[in-house]
Design a protein around this ligand. Structure first.
Ligand code: 4AD
Length: 435
């Protein structure tokens, strides 16, 4: 009896050397002569080459191979061989082609296209090497996040996307009508995570967050995904230790599981590995201002850092660096007062090296009902919206700390991508809501 030909995926071809298999693929590119056709194929798991030799196949199969268009989908059948000349290491000697879906005039050709063109065709551009590699790494960072926090005893708690509160400032809100009332797309899940920490001890939220950022920079999206851990009975210093362990764990996971993708993107793996060395330096905001001034920056105590300052500070240490204890006036209402100074709060931003900027913002949370009430009023927020949050300080308040990691910022840092728009399948920015 004839053995049935197995249908497999490209990543599995190493287990089928010298065997005949069938794979569902798309054609990326094609080259060849009158006697041979080289087909660059992909199936979503990997990229490899199939070779059609005229003298080895039927006339019809060779004609089909020659007429294939970019992005045609098909099943290819053939024997798997080792191929020491390619990075992938294997290729297929194709003996049969069954077309599944034809393709004509595919718009993204091997020639160079501008950024706007590629973003307008993002629904198709996802199929190409760089987005593939970047978004595979995104997937790994999400997987490793769940793994890390599960190992550390956290409970995943989902926070709502439609909210009545705007704890990170009221200027960057997307407002919507909620049955006659105003509601906002969530800027942060933190306040809900704090409620969760009082119920589950250690929680993390992970979801889309929204900021109507008018700034057109390579680090800002209007819709980005944030991971927000929150821990009861935890001081800021303990939280910083979780943060650096988490970042190091994420980088190690990508180094272990995404070698192919890092190579596609040309990311230096040894440089990345150096960022897994702990601890990360801690530099006070005061010292950071001093250091910047000593190096010719025109900054005064009290300002928030811009991109050049952040780049300088992290480059100075050649690794991620925590800037701790920011001025109270430039930070959110919930941050804990410093025990001996009235002008700073117990907060920290983690700055990534190589110009990737702030990847984490976090703080210890103040636990005092009256103080928080005053801060909410001072910041011009609607006290009624925060009554439930203040309840957390009325019924067994405890020291607690937490932080938020911007997933897309972390992706650009790990992948070495220049612009944050590459780090999310369908980016939302001030001038882009389609596709
Ligand atoms: O520093 P942020 O505003 O902190 C918070 O929202 C806190 N509630 C977090 C917490 O303590 N639970 O934002 C946290 C991180 C930033 O460090 C950055 O990585 C990312 O979110 N982020 C953005 N990423 C992309 N586009 C934007 N517009 C972003 N704004 C913040």
């Amino acid at each position: 009896m004839l053995q049935e030909i197995p249908t497999i995926q490209i990543t599995d071809v190493k287990h089928y050397v010298n065997q005949t298999v069938r794979i569902g693929v798309w054609l990326r590119q094609k080259r060849g002569s009158g006697k041979i056709a080289f087909l660059q194929l992909r199936d979503g798991t990997a990229f490899f080459q199939g070779v059609v030799v005229k003298s080895d196949v039927s006339e019809e199969t060779f004609e089909i191979a020659k007429s294939l268009k970019q992005e045609t989908s098909m099943y290819v059948t053939g024997e798997i061989h080792e191929d020491t000349r390619s990075d992938f290491g294997y290729e297929m000697a194709i003996s049969g082609i069954e077309i599944v879906g034809e393709s004509h005039d595919y718009p993204i050709t091997p020639k160079e296209h501008g950024v706007d063109f590629l973003m307008d065709h993002r629904h198709l551009y996802l199929r190409h090497l760089k987005p593939f590699a970047t978004l595979k790494i995104r997937n790994e960072l999400i997987r490793a996040t769940y793994e890390f926090f599960n190992k550390e005893g956290f409970t995943k708690l989902d926070s709502p996307i439609l909210t009545g509160s705007a704890p990170e400032g009221t200027t960057e809100l997307f407002e919507t009508d909620y049955f006659g009332e105003s509601a906002y797309l969530s800027q942060t899940g933190q306040l809900y995570a704090e409620a969760g920490a009082m119920a589950f001890g250690k929680v993390f939220t992970f979801g889309p967050t929204f900021r109507a950022e008018k700034s057109k920079t390579r680090r800002h999206l209007t819709e980005f995904w944030m991971i927000e851990p929150e821990m009861a009975f935890t001081t800021q210093e303990e939280s910083l230790e979780v943060q650096e362990r988490y970042i190091s764990y994420l980088i190690e996971s990508v180094l272990k599981n995404n070698e192919q993708e890092l190579d596609i993107l040309g990311r230096d793996k040894e440089v990345l590995r150096s960022y897994t060395q702990l601890p990360y330096p801690r530099l006070s905001y005061d010292d950071a201002i001093q250091l910047l001034q000593d190096n010719g920056f025109d900054v005064e105590w009290g300002v928030d850092f811009g991109s050049p300052e952040e780049t300088f500070l992290a480059e100075h240490f050649s690794k991620p660096v925590f800037i701790v204890n920011f001025p109270k006036e430039i930070k959110a209402f919930y941050m804990k007062r410093h025990p001996t100074r009235d002008d700073v709060v117990i907060s920290a931003d983690l700055l990534a090296p190589e110009g990737y900027g702030e990847i984490i913002g976090g703080s210890e949370r103040d636990t005092d009902y009256e103080y928080l009430k005053t801060r909410i009023e001072e910041q011009g927020l609607d006290l009624a919206e925060y009554q439930w949050y203040l309840d957390l300080r009325q019924y067994g308040t405890v020291p607690h700390s937490g932080f938020g990691l911007g997933l897309e910022r972390m992706i650009t840092f790990v992948t070495g991508e220049e612009h944050i728009r590459e780090a999310i399948p369908f980016p939302r920015m001030i001038s882009r809501i389609r596709p």
